[in-house]
Design a protein around this ligand. Structure first.
Ligand code: ZN
Ligand code: ZN
Length: 310
């Protein structure tokens, strides 16, 4: 790290707020949800984490909503940090990301745009992530959830080239296709494959091979992949215990499955009426040792996102 990069990173860390690390009443220790979208009423995020026993969260924030996220952080001190996202293909997108990181955003994401993973636009974001020493989370999905939906972050089959070309960037993989590749056979006619996993999947392989690839466990995609073959999952969780990062991507209102969850995505109906955070935390607790559960739900996320603690 050169002096300028070091100073920039140090300033960003100083601007980051202090997090409390209370024990969850439900999960035996603090729990960081690294994938909680900022809601129209930002305090609904607090209602959600309280309902499902999550103690802290990264508020996924689009650049224009930064002020809203910061207000919520002030209102519930110690519980939240924030990310930043903007479309790098639009004028000012990369600059907005850079500026928010300098103002204390702790990560970039989620990046859910119709770009190729190896496009020059995404490359510029990876460079900013490396410079600022923050992780970048990418939503990888090609199979449409509704008629006419275009693919996001295409070219996952060659993502190893990106991982190799950006060794100083920490990537968090997320979304349907990232998790479909937990298996070596990936059907092209559905978003969330079911049934036994065939060993040798790209995601499994690359998590082992590349120190800069992490897995975001959020959403139906993460929950489905870790549910479909429990015997395989036990080994997967053990193998990648330092790479798995809990997140919910839940849209239920109360942390108990209330409201409309999984809307606009009939294929994810298996989690309708359920809280994704609760489901994935319970699943991880069933499949992993207490040590690995703690790593996935707190230690890996706090190491990667580097929020400050009080
Ligand atoms: Zn997503
Ligand atoms: Zn929920």
């Amino acid at each position: 790290m050169d002096r300028r990069t070091f100073l920039t990173a140090a300033l960003a860390a100083a601007a980051a707020p202090a997090l409390r690390s209370d024990n969850s009443p439900l999960w035996g220790g603090p729990v960081l949800d690294t994938h909680l979208h900022l809601r129209r009423d930002p305090d609904a995020c607090f209602t959600h984490i309280q309902g499902c026993g999550v103690t802290n969260a990264v508020l996924l924030t689009r650049a224009p909503d930064e002020a809203k996220a910061m207000e919520e952080m002030k209102r519930r001190p110690g519980h939240f940090v924030r990310s930043v996202s903007a479309n790098p293909a639009e004028a000012g997108g990369v600059d907005a990301i850079h500026a928010a990181l300098k103002q204390g955003a702790v990560s970039i994401g989620e990046l859910k745009y119709h770009l190729a993973l190896d496009s020059p636009e995404m490359g510029r974001v990876y460079d900013v992530a490396a410079e600022m020493n923050v992780p970048v989370m990418v939503h990888i999905q090609t199979y449409p959830h509704f008629n006419g939906e275009l693919p996001y972050n295409t070219g996952y089959e060659h993502f190893d080239k990106v991982l190799r070309a950006h060794p100083k960037t920490n990537f968090l993989g997320h979304g349907d296709l990232f998790w479909a590749h937990i298996s070596a056979d990936v059907p092209t006619d559905r978003a969330y494959p079911l049934g036994p996993i065939k060993p040798g999947g790209l995601t499994d392989k690359w998590l082992s091979e590349f120190p800069n690839l992490y897995a975001d466990m959020s959403a139906n995609s993460g929950n489905n992949a870790l549910s479909r073959d429990p015997e395989f999952s036990r080994g997967f969780l053990e193998r990648h215990q330092d790479k798995l990062v809990f997140g919910s991507d839940c849209s239920c209102t109360d942390g108990h499955g209330g409201g409309i969850s999984q809307n606009n995505n009939p294929e994810a109906a298996r989690l309708a009426g359920k809280c994704v955070a609760r489901e994935t935390l319970a699943l991880t607790q069933r499949l992993a040792s207490p040590t690995v559960f703690r790593k996935a739900t707190w230690e890996n996320g706090t190491r990667l996102f580097r929020p400050h603690f009080s």
